[in-house]
Design a protein around this ligand. Structure first.
Ligand code: COA
Length: 211
């Protein structure tokens, strides 16, 4: 990986802090310790040693491909949601969007009834972006299912443009999570359906969406 951390060290040499028991209790994920790594045949290296595995999934029939194994599209959907939550927690902003995925390496698969777990770790805090590394493991076979070297999310301002987030280090706490004290303004429902102006050219109808 080309990016360094806030200290300028190359990412491969980064050593993120081990979580304390207290941090674990605050519900910020299960740290991937050397001890738990020993259960896996292909142990991750470098900063991935301190990757946090937050979510687990139970592979169900609707998540299978025609080969009867885990459908990659389902897995990527779960990862993207997991990465969005990670970015929101790290950058303290609900308006974080997916910008970039590096190569995705599907190493092995999963079968119906398997349990999988998804791990993420921030590897670089940019000015408006956050880069993460991802690994998904099969808890039943003890094999790595997938690795993604770089997932980049961008922090947006109220105008929908990239905005500086101001963070340089990982938080293992819930101190940056955005707080809402009142109900959000609901999105306006679609209220009106009117025919197009020139019916002779129309192939469909215009739907007026006031959003
Ligand atoms: C996110 C978006 C607003 C960024 O716009 P942009 O013009 O690329 O913005 P910038 O060039 O200022 O780049 C913003 C950040 O992204 C990073 N970035 C841009 N392109 C990148 C790429 N190909 N790979 C990695 N990082 C990239 C930049 O380095 C910058 O990070 P930094 O400020 O930490 O240095 C715009 O691309 C967008 O709206 N994309 C669609 C997002 C979306 O809807 N995602 C959901 C899935 S469809």
């Amino acid at each position: 990986m080309g990016h360094g951390d806030a200290t300028g060290r190359p990412a491969d040499e980064q050593t993120t802090d081990q979580q304390t028991d207290e941090q674990q209790e605050q519900g910020t994920g299960r740290a991937f310790t050397a001890e738990s790594a020993d259960q896996y045949e292909d142990r991750p290296l470098g900063n991935r040693r301190h990757m946090n595995f937050y979510s687990r999934k139970w592979v169900r029939p609707e998540d299978l491909n025609a080969n009867g194994t885990l459908f990659g599209g389902s897995l990527l959907k779960w990862i993207d949601e997991e990465a969005a939550i990670y970015a929101i927690v790290q950058l303290g902003n609900e308006r974080c969007v997916t910008k970039f995925y590096s190569e995705i390496n599907f190493v092995s698969s999963a079968w119906q009834g398997d349990l999988i777990e998804m791990g993420l770790v921030a590897t670089h805090f940019g000015r408006t972006s956050l880069t993460m590394s991802c690994m998904v493991r099969n808890m039943i076979t003890r094999k790595t299912i997938l690795t993604i070297d770089k997932i980049v999310f961008v922090n947006l301002g109220p105008d929908g443009k990239p905005a500086p987030h101001g963070y340089t280090e990982i938080t293992y706490l819930r101190d940056r999570i955005p707080k809402r004290t009142t109900a959000p303004i609901p999105r306006q429902p679609i209220t009106e359906v009117i025919p197009v102006q020139r019916p002779e050219e129309a192939t469909s109808i215009d739907i007026v969406d006031p959003r």
